[in-house]
Design a protein around this ligand. Structure first.
Ligand SMILES: [Zn+2]
Length: 239
């Protein structure tokens, strides 16, 4: 090894050492939502918590987490699942069908649910402890009788839009932080559609809870990661 080679070698060792020392610092850096960021609280409604018509296990635990991180956001959007009576996603709309079975609709396979979140019912109201007084928009979805809508952006026919992408773009929003219920359905579909619409997307894992039908939570994380969604915890957000 000549002198130049030796110097290069020593420099590369030094760089590697510096790199590994820098790693913990990088991991500890917090994310600060800016004026072009929005927090979306998906479907934190009575129907999806204990005592509701379609309860997600420990669904109510997302409420204090969302309330806490909300302070870091200048922009907040809330969604509500908002179905007609006799909705196409209800098992009760099909003779002989039971909740959690599937049926085939024009736009594809539909999971059938217990009747839930019927427009104007107490079951469809936002959780009473969700405190988001600075939220600027409530977007309701699933209100077309024949089409479900897990996503806050696009209905299950994958054609009808809710208008949320247009609203966010008109307001200059670039980054979306998704929280709420349920991880494997409305949160995942909302996050992936936000990616499709061109937003940078974070899902705050501890601000979500899942239903988990046949491993659907693990699959949702796999799909979200493949779509470029970033998985973070509420502690990663700088208040
Ligand atoms: Zn629904």
């Amino acid at each position: 090894m000549n002198l130049t080679q030796r110097r290069t070698f020593l420099m590369s060792i030094a760089a590697a050492a510096a790199g590994s020392a820098a790693l913990p610092l990088r991991a500890a850096a917090k994310i600060k939502p800016d004026a072009a960021s929005v927090l979306i609280a998906v479907d934190v409604q009575n129907c999806f918590v204990t005592g509701g018509t379609l309860p997600v296990a420990k669904g109510e635990e997302v409420v204090p987490v969302i309330n806490r991180i909300a302070a870091a956001f200048q922009n907040i959007v809330v969604t509500q699942d908002w179905h007609t009576a006799g909705h196409a996603s209800f098992a009760s709309s099909y003779p002989g069908k039971k909740p959690f079975e599937t049926t085939s609709l024009k736009y594809g396979t539909q999971v059938l649910w217990p009747d839930h979140c019927v427009q104007g019912s107490d079951d469809a109201a936002l959780h009473k402890d969700l405190k988001l007084p600075t939220a600027q928009l409530i977007i309701r979805k699933g209100f077309h009788k024949d089409v479900d809508s897990y996503s806050a952006f696009e209905e299950a026919d994958r054609k009808t839009v809710t208008g949320l992408a247009g609203y966010l773009k008109a307001r200059g929003i670039k980054t979306v932080y998704v929280t709420g219920l349920a991880t494997d359905f409305c949160v995942a579909w909302t996050a992936m559609d936000a990616r499709k619409a061109g937003f940078e997307v974070y899902v705050v894992e501890d601000a979500c809870r899942g239903i988990d039908l046949n491993g659907s939570v693990a699959k949702a994380w796999k799909d979200m990661t493949a779509a470029g969604v970033k998985r973070i915890q509420s502690a990663d957000i700088e208040a």
